[in-house]
Design a protein around this ligand. Structure first.
Ligand SMILES: C[S@@+](CC[C@H](N)C(=O)[O-])C[C@H]1O[C@@H](n2cnc3c(N)ncnc32)[C@H](O)[C@@H]1O
Length: 256
């Protein structure tokens, strides 16, 4: 299982939390009583839910002990559960099953999404956001660098670590089982200070499987250095010296 670093992840807390706010704004469920945040990470997305539905019983679930420890430290009043989304089943159904920036790490969406919908109470909602920026220069660079003969043999798992399905796939999987479904994409333009900031951003998430595939510290540094050089070429500076980092995300809100 991948290890996570809550501090590194939270270096871009505002940018990473904005999609949760945008997703919450589109959920039309009045007075939900039970809410679960799947892949709650350090608790940032769960806190958005708590602010929005302050009377609801809200649980944050994650399979990373590091992330659950960070969430319980930051929000000791919260309810935190260490569990794997891939095998999770609710003991009682939830009015909102919410997941921000997590399910792309969990395989087999043809089975996972219907299963998650079954954990939603009647008239409740499954609300999901996942990054879909696989065509972005930084992702393409990671795949290209992973093909370097120095480590190509070790990269199969890393290259397939993230699920990448189209909106039409989710529509077909969910539509027969729901009363309404909204699907949309948003491309955020994050404003970064330097190419290093982009590498740091991706080091907190998508780069992790590639680095974990390498045993030697020296190779990890070499991979990061090659990525930094590629990012410097691929993302031009604006007139004020900063860099726009376009980041595309897919949103799904499915009502039972
Ligand atoms: C990118 S973070 C998202 C954190 C938070 N939801 C947010 O909005 O910023 C992804 C989280 O998903 C968790 N995760 C990945 N695979 C998981 C799984 N199979 N079961 C539970 N959590 C998982 C990771 O541990 C990590 O905390």
């Amino acid at each position: 299982m991948l290890t996570w670093d809550a501090n590194l992840y939270l270096q871009f807390a505002n940018e990473r939390t904005q999609p949760s706010l945008d997703l919450v704004a589109r959920i039309a469920v009045s007075h939900p009583q039970r809410i679960i945040d799947l892949g709650c990470g350090p608790g940032n997305s769960t806190q958005i839910l708590r602010r929005h539905w302050s009377k609801a019983d809200i649980i944050g679930l994650d399979n990373s002990p590091e992330m659950i420890a960070a969430a319980s430290k930051a929000y000791p009043e919260g309810k935190w559960v260490l569990a794997d989304v891939a095998t999770w089943t609710a003991d009682a159904r939830f009015d909102i099953v919410f997941s921000n920036a997590t399910l792309h790490w969990v395989p087999n969406h043809a089975a996972l999404f219907p299963h998650l919908l079954e954990q939603v109470a009647p008239h409740g909602v499954l609300a999901v956001q996942m990054p879909v920026h696989f065509q972005s220069p930084v992702h393409q660079l990671m795949y290209e660098i992973a093909d370097d003969p120095a480590w190509r043999q070790k990269m199969h798992r890393a290259k397939n670590a993230l699920v990448n399905e189209k909106p039409s796939f989710y529509y077909d999987v969910l539509q027969p089982k729901v009363s309404r479904i909204d699907i949309w994409e948003t491309e955020y333009n994050h404003i970064m200070d330097s190419p290093d900031s982009i590498v740091q951003w991706i080091s907190g998430t998508g780069l992790r499987p590639f680095l974990e595939a390498l045993e030697l510290e020296e190779q990890k540094l070499q991979f990061q250095e090659m990525l930094r050089a590629g990012v410097t070429r691929a993302y031009p500076r604006q007139k004020d010296g900063r860099i726009l980092f376009p980041f595309r995300r897919l949103f799904i809100v499915a009502y039972r």
